[in-house]
Design a protein around this ligand. Structure first.
Ligand SMILES: Nc1ncnc2c1ncn2[C@@H]1O[C@H](COP(=O)(O)OP(=O)(O)O)[C@@H](O)[C@H]1O
Ligand SMILES: Cc1cn([C@H]2C[C@H](O)[C@@H](COP(=O)(O)OP(=O)(O)O)O2)c(=O)[nH]c1=O
Length: 202
């Protein structure tokens, strides 16, 4: 049984999710919650090594999907499950929805294979709340170009991100009870207001 809550942040690269992570963590802390902030791929020493490879090395699509879930298995065992059992709130910058969106939607790995891995790695656990930061592709691209050196995924073409965004939106429609789709093309303060309303009604 878990005592804490598990919140995940999702969206295509440049959607603005990292910008809002600390804000939501602060809101929860103001409400007296003990918050663990983490990310995928990564979150553990081994996971961070896998992240380095995943973000910078070319590999077979299935290797990529398997490594995402390998990092996730470690992340669940070392960080997420113990924190939830203690009653902490866990906020993760990405989780399994990202694998469905990027490896499934973007790279076209059959969803059935990802569902098998999901069943293996976390058969019962799902996030309590998933924020999907949604923006048109050109907005995300402009934000990325303005701010940073691009990793392997961020260098993908528009079609890849169109398919990734589409897979995210389909997943949100499939699991409406836990997804909140946030229009992240608005000014940061407007998005924050919406996040505050959702968190305070949680
Ligand atoms: N309205 C906005 N909402 C969120 N981020 C924005 C906005 N306008 C510009 N940005 C900028 O876009 C960049 C990418 O945002 P980031 O949070 O790193 O995206 P992600 O984590 O989704 O890849 C950041 O430099 C951020 O300051
Ligand atoms: C968790 C996960 C991430 N990714 C990708 C999406 C991102 O492009 C990349 C790293 O995510 P992210 O931390 O959002 O990148 P950044 O630090 O540049 O904001 O990994 C997948 O392809 N599959 C996954 O399962």
């Amino acid at each position: 049984m878990t005592l804490g809550k598990f919140i995940t942040f999702e969206g295509i690269d440049g959607a603005g999710k990292s910008t809002h992570l600390a804000f939501v963590a602060d809101l929860l802390r103001e409400r007296g919650k003990s918050v663990v902030m983490t990310r995928e791929p990564g979150g553990t020493p081994l996971g961070e090594k896998l992240r380095e490879m995943l973000l910078h090395e070319k590999m077979h699509l299935e290797t990529e999907a398997l490594l995402m879930f390998a990092a996730r298995r470690e992340h669940l065992a070392q960080i997420i499950e113990p924190a939830l059992a203690r009653g902490d709130w866990v906020i993760s910058d990405r989780f399994t929805d990202a694998t469905f969106a990027y490896q499934g939607g973007g790279r076209k790995l059959p969803f059935a294979k990802l569902e098998a891995l999901e069943q293996w790695v976390h058969p019962t656990l799902q996030p309590d709340l998933t924020f999907l930061f949604d923006v048109p592709l050109d907005v995300a691209r402009a934000r990325l170009d303005a701010t940073r050196e691009l990793d392997k995924f961020e260098q993908e073409k528009a079609e890849f991100f169109a398919a990734t965004r589409d897979a995210y939106l389909r997943r949100a429609a499939q699991f409406p009870e836990r997804f909140r789709v946030i229009d992240s093309s608005r000014p940061i303060d407007m998005t924050r207001q919406e996040l505050r309303d959702i968190v305070f009604s949680a």
